[in-house]
Design a protein around this ligand. Structure first.
Ligand SMILES: [Ca+2]
Length: 277
């Protein structure tokens, strides 16, 4: 059986963006505009993986070209981000004085590091570069895995007690509940993490159909995916004694199990609000 395989995001190789820039710069240099000044907040920002993050950068000038680059070599033309060419990135809600801003919809630890906004100005035939440092890290004792922050609890509890334990870890800064693992990529990465770190054992996660048989929901109210490849073949059962969701030990598929069974579990740290910084 084939489990979800994580795929790398498609990015523009660093050496290629020069090819994008030069023809556009030639066009821009024919324009004349008013004076320009860069608006930029260089303060370091700390975020939790899974949060959204707006990187702001603006210029008081009509003709411009903006590019964000990360220290690992990734580069993003802002007009491409705004046009939706990069999955997971979008235009900020407010572009006033923030024409070069981009929004990362779900920050991962790989987004930590220096982000540089380059603004190419038409009338000056020049460019500005400003750099902002992003730190994306989970709070102790959570581990960054597959774009989220998880706590793999090795001691065994039934589903309800496991959920109570997770919720008891909440603070004023973030909430904690049983994990919601709803992307194929994340499911595969969590499965690999469990295999590399622990014995191959099943783990409770935060889904159930206890309110209505065969109507599976996450603890946050969202619908649990019902399709292949999430569920163990033949599951979920139509069975009112199997109402809680776990990742089974053989392949890491979703599996419906009696909520009173005792097992280890995954808690997940969730930002209290979606922040725009
Ligand atoms: Ca059931």
């Amino acid at each position: 059986m084939k489990l979800c395989i994580a795929t790398a995001d498609e990015v523009i190789p660093h050496h290629k963006w020069q090819n994008y820039i030069q023809p556009l710069m030639a066009k821009l240099l024919t324009a004349t505009t008013a004076d320009a000044s860069l608006i930029f907040d260089a303060a370091e920002v700390k975020v939790t993986p899974g949060e959204s993050l707006t990187l702001s950068c603006g210029v008081k000038q009509q003709f411009r070209l903006c590019l964000w680059s990360h220290e690992d070599g990734r580069s993003f033309l802002v007009e491409d981000v705004h046009a939706g060419a990069h999955p997971g990135m979008s235009a900020p809600r407010n572009l006033t004085d923030n024409q070069c801003g981009i929004n990362i919809e779900s920050v991962s630890t790989e987004d930590s590091g220096a982000w540089t906004c380059s603004v190419f100005l038409a009338d000056r035939g020049t460019e500005f570069h400003m750099t902002k440092t992003v730190t994306a890290a989970c709070h102790t004792p959570f581990t960054a895995v597959g774009g989220g922050c998880f706590y793999f609890h090795e001691f065994s509890k039934n589903w309800h007690n496991a959920r109570d334990y997770c919720r008891g870890m909440s603070t004023s800064e973030y909430t904690v509940d049983l994990a919601t693992v709803d992307s194929c990529d994340q499911l595969g990465i969590i499965r690999q993490f469990i295999l590399m770190t622990y014995e191959p054992v099943w783990h409770w996660i935060g889904g159930s159909d206890m309110n209505e048989e065969s109507n599976w929901h996450w603890v946050n109210g969202d619908t649990v995916p019902s399709s292949v490849p999430f569920w163990y073949p033949g599951h979920p059962l139509i069975d009112t004694t199997a109402n809680c969701l776990c990742l089974e030990e053989d392949y890491g598929y979703y599996y419906d199990y009696d909520c009173e069974n005792i097992g280890p579990f995954l808690c997940e740290e969730v930002p209290i609000t979606t922040s725009y910084k």
